[in-house]
Design a protein around this ligand. Structure first.
Ligand code: PYC
Length: 311
């Protein structure tokens, strides 16, 4: 029997499961090297934790690790039902809230090491968390992809810690009632991008598709973000908001220091702003997470579904 201690939270509706202990040793390399070891040797642990019957398609896991950079209070590798994420905005907010919950950090500024770089976080006295995300930039403006049975879709390809295709074209209003139509559409776009070899810089797979528009009730900017693995982000997506801000800045539609309120498909919101970066923007994203549970995950070797369903 294997025992893994996890703490669950949600950030604006999107779950994060922080793995506190019980995970195999991944060695002492960089976070990127340890993510390779995780992927090569322990991928079944990912599916045991993130997939059904213990997890779900929406679950984002956050493996808590010792950082290599002594300035950082923690290292983390994010994963989900199908693989690994570079950065994860809602997950970093959930991780920060979790570290505070167990008394490992106090309100103030902290650094967290991820496989794609060090991110700064501020835990505010009211429980909100600001993330100073990795540099985000638009890679290609107005790219076009031909999507079977849908037609030509135009959008920007941008980096916000993950690769995004951000389009304003939508098959339905950005309302949770239309989640099935929005999901089918964005999954078709994801597949067409890959089938046509349309990728981010250095061949990075564009595994997130974001529809960007207005809330149906006119209450502000809203998005719908399809994550790798077929589940839509319940939150406004921290890396997706960062990528969107990079595009707004590139189009001179958002000035340095100006606030951008980004609703997700549930209407829950993150607040974003940016400083100019060397290449793009240095985004700050503010959101809040709530603890939803703590558990000892048990893996019985005799269980035919011990290592998760699918994944
Ligand atoms: O908040 O960056 C994010 C995120 C990525 C995938 C799910 N959430």
């Amino acid at each position: 029997m294997k025992t893994i201690h996890v703490i669950d939270s949600h950030t604006a509706g999107e779950p994060t499961r922080v793995v506190m202990s019980g995970f195999p040793d991944l060695g002492q390399g960089s976070l990127a090297q340890r993510r390779e070891t995780f992927r090569d040797s322990y991928d079944h642990w990912r599916s045991a934790i993130a997939c059904e019957p213990r997890g779900s398609d929406t679950m984002v896991g956050a493996l808590l690790l010792e950082p290599t950079d002594p300035r950082c209070c923690a290292g983390v590798i994010f994963f989900n039902n199908v693989g690994y994420l570079g950065m994860c905005g809602h997950g970093t907010i959930g991780l920060t809230r979790t570290l505070a919950h167990v008394g490992r950090i106090q309100p103030g500024e902290h650094l967290i090491e991820t496989p794609v770089g060090v991110v700064g976080v501020t835990l505010h006295a009211d429980g909100k968390v600001s993330i100073d995300n990795v540099e985000s930039y638009r890679f290609i403006a107005n790219a076009e992809v031909d999507v079977p049975d849908i037609g030509k879709i135009k959008g920007d390809i941008a980096w916000g810690g993950n690769w995004f295709f951000i389009t304003k074209q939508t098959p339905a209003p950005l309302d949770i009632a239309h989640r099935n139509a929005l999901s089918n559409y964005t999954i078709a776009v994801q597949q067409a991008l890959e089938a046509n070899g349309i990728r981010g810089e250095n061949g990075g797979v564009i595994d997130h598709v974001e529809i960007s528009g207005d809330a149906p009730d006119g209450s502000g900017a809203r998005n719908f973000v399809m994550c790798p693995g077929g589940a839509y982000d319940r939150s406004p997506c921290g890396t997706g908001t960062s990528a969107k801000i990079a595009c707004l800045a590139a189009d001179n539609e958002l000035g340095e220091g100006e606030r951008w309120i980004q609703q997700g498909i549930l209407g829950s919101a993150f607040e974003g702003s940016y400083r100019k970066g060397e290449r793009g923007v240095m985004p700050t994203i503010i959101g809040q997470a709530w603890i939803t549970g703590t558990a000892q995950i048990l893996i019985e070797e005799s269980d035919p579904l011990a290592w998760g369903i699918g994944g």
